[in-house]
Ligand binder design. Structure first.
Ligand code: CP
Length: 305
């Protein structure tokens, strides 16, 4: 593959190869000397049109650990503010001959469009409510390190599924690896036809979390709810927020995940987020390893590799 635009289009063997490679990168990242030189001489540009803490910083660290020259494009102070379009911005950067462009954009499909207009490799770091493939890969790596095989695990993805690219990429990946995937949340925050992606839809946490191995919470994305239904925080937490009581519906050894950024006290109780069943900090560590694996895999297909 020249690009990583989504989990859609990856074969289960592609996913497993990336997870295996990421396991090696975990070891590299835990050494005192963390540098490899597989991307030495290569240029990586991170182009983020939406805010990010985890994804942008981990792509920067990942690129640097592999020896690339990494440039973070500051969109806020760029000519995007003067009206330059996504495509013109990307083609301008492409003319500087980067090897890899990592892109986050608020419009679903924008990264696919951009990939057709530039000559370098493109990685989707989140496009609207569509896909966030490296998040799904880092979630799978985290799950696999604790539970072994993903096949047969019951994974409950809970909350604002409607606005979540994380949910969509996770559904595609976890189904491809043979998990049983459930989505749980209010019907107003559930995309129409979501069951066609091979999930079961649950309207209460009690039902959706029953015997779950993994409880994956999603951020309530109020910034994407312009004009539509915006639930009150207190009501939302009461019915959909993960607290110890609701976590008790899942298996006793269930593990809790959240892609971040978290709204503490909205979709998750701080006691659970910081509790012994939480994998949230480990997800962040796996984020660097997975992004190193993806960059390294793409590097094998760069010209003159
Ligand atoms: N999980 C995630 O994508 O976080 P950021 O928005 O901080 O990158």
């Amino acid at each position: 593959h020249k690009h990583l635009l989504g989990i859609e289009g990856l074969a289960p063997s592609d996913i497993l190869d990336l997870l295996d490679k990421a396991e090696e990168e975990v070891l590299v990242s835990r050494q005192v000397e963390k540098k490899k030189n597989v991307l030495r001489g290569r240029t990586q540009i991170n182009l983020f049109f939406e805010a990010s803490t985890r994804t942008q910083s981990s792509f920067e660290i990942a690129g640097k650990r592999l020896g690339a020259d990494v440039m973070n494009m500051s969109v806020a102070s760029s000519s995007v503010k003067k009206g330059e379009t996504l495509i013109d911005t990307a083609q301008t950067l492409n003319a500087m001959r980067p090897d890899i462009l990592v892109v986050r954009h608020h419009a679903a499909g924008a990264v696919h469009l951009l990939a057709r207009k530039v000559s370098c490799s493109v990685i989707n770091a989140g496009d609207g409510a569509h896909e966030h493939p490296t998040q799904a890969l880092l979630d799978a790596l985290t799950i696999r390190r604790h539970k072994g095989d993903i096949r047969g695990l019951v994974v409950a993805i809970c909350g604002d599924v409607l606005h979540s690219r994380v949910a969509r990429s996770n559904i595609l990946l976890l189904n491809a690896l043979g998990a049983e995937v459930r989505v749980v949340g209010p019907s107003t925050l559930m995309p129409k036809g979501i069951d066609r992606l091979g999930v079961t839809v649950h309207k209460t946490m009690r039902e959706g979390l029953r015997d779950a191995d993994i409880v994956m919470m999603l951020r309530l994305q109020r910034e994407r709810m312009n004009g539509s239904f915006v639930p009150s925080v207190r009501e939302y937490f009461r019915y959909w927020g993960l607290d110890q009581e609701k976590l008790g519906y899942a298996k006793p050894d269930a593990l809790v995940m959240h892609p971040g950024p978290m709204n503490r006290g909205v979709e998750i109780d701080p006691e659970v987020a910081d509790g012994p069943q939480s994998l949230i900090a480990e997800q962040v560590e796996m984020g660097v390893a997975v992004r190193m694996a993806v960059l390294e895999a793409l590097a094998e297909h760069l010209p003159n590799a």
